[in-house]
Write a protein that binds this ligand. Structure first.
Ligand SMILES: NC(=O)C1=CN([C@@H]2O[C@H](COP(=O)(O)OP(=O)(O)OC[C@H]3O[C@@H](n4cnc5c(N)ncnc54)[C@H](O)[C@@H]3O)[C@@H](O)[C@H]2O)C=CC1
Ligand SMILES: O=C(O)[C@@H]1CCC=N1
Length: 277
């Protein structure tokens, strides 16, 4: 690999997910060279955070993906799974040997992506999550067949700039996605449900937001800082013969663990379908 000390990074297809990585990275960009991004429309380009070396809409410059791919040490493919093959093929001839190509696409295998790219580039498959936006992401990464330890460390350094990183085998990426990739969605689902309960109990939207957001943030922070397991932290809230005991009993009667396992299985099954589409 012939990558500079401050590698340049191009985000091609910058929507919810790679936009979150881009935002988090720009807060912490000293270790990297020029960071650039492409979108399809001028409106989505205008919505990107400021601080990139270049943010280009394909509507203004149809060849921008190829130009930025040719100029960058790292290329992050941020499009939907169904679009990634076309994007990889589009930039294939522009990539320099040794370029690190990172995919964030759910389901799409390293083998499928490598088949659209020259053998001279390295692929890392990743599964990030949207809290990357605020530097609190969790990302799993798996090395492609031509990725050296140096490429993997470079990918790790990019995602560590926006949160925690787990280096895993590729067959763990779909299960990891069910836990942390999709994870923010089920946290928000719980927040939505408890907000509605608070509204139904007569609180205002502002009061509900303070209670729900404050509780999720406070409980998460306590869990991270404490040496106690979540079960022990829960026990400390649950006074014997108290109110929480009754609330938790109702929730546990719903058999949450098998329910969550079924939910994870559904996500993993969908990832396999995306790979086959
Ligand atoms: N949203 C999430 O929480 C996560 C998403 N992912 C993966 O991230 C990828 C993108 O998902 P989202 O960000 O949710 O979708 P999105 O639709 O918000 O972002 C994709 C963006 O790429 C643009 N685009 C499409 N083709 C393009 C091209 N040829 N050149 C430049 N821009 C192009 C689209 O206009 C869009 O703005 C997917 O592959 C998904 O599996 C992975 C982990 C989490
Ligand atoms: O829903 C999806 O397909 C992507 C992957 C994990 C989170 N969002």
């Amino acid at each position: 690999m012939n990558i500079s000390a401050k590698p340049s990074i191009a985000f091609l297809g910058t929507g919810s997910m790679s936009g979150a990585i881009l935002s988090g990275l720009l807060e912490n960009a000293e270790a990297f060279g020029a960071v650039s991004a492409t979108t399809r429309s001028a409106a989505s380009r205008d919505a990107l955070p400021s601080g990139t070396a270049e943010s280009v809409a394909l509507a203004d410059e149809p060849g921008a993906n190829q130009r930025l791919a040719a100029a960058s040490d790292v290329v992050v493919l941020g499009v939907k799974p169904a679009q990634i093959g076309d994007l990889a093929s589009e930039i294939s001839e522009s990539l320099r040997p040794g370029t690190l190509v990172i995919s964030v696409a759910a389901g799409i295998t390293i083998e499928a992506l490598e088949s659209c790219l020259p053998e001279s580039v390295a692929v890392v498959r990743s599964m990030p999550n949207t809290p990357s936006h605020v530097g609190l992401g969790v990302t799993g990464i798996a090395a492609g067949s031509a990725a050296t330890d140096e490429h993997v460390e470079l990918a790790r350094s990019i995602f560590e700039a926006v949160g925690d990183v787990l280096v895993v085998e590729e067959d763990q990426i779909d299960p990891l996605s069910a836990i942390s990739g999709s994870g923010p969605a089920y946290v928000y689902l719980f927040a939505e449900a408890w907000t509605q309960v608070a509204l139904d109990l007569g609180f205002t939207a502002e009061q509900a937001a303070v209670m729900v957001q404050g509780t999720f943030k406070g409980a998460s922070e306590l869990m991270v800082r404490s040496d106690d397991e979540p079960s022990e932290l829960r026990r400390k809230v649950t006074s014997p013969k108290g109110t929480t005991e009754q609330l938790i009993k109702v929730l546990q009667d719903a058999e949450l663990e098998p329910l969550f396992a079924r939910a994870a299985d559904a996500a993993i099954k969908r990832a396999k379908e995306l790979a086959a589409e």
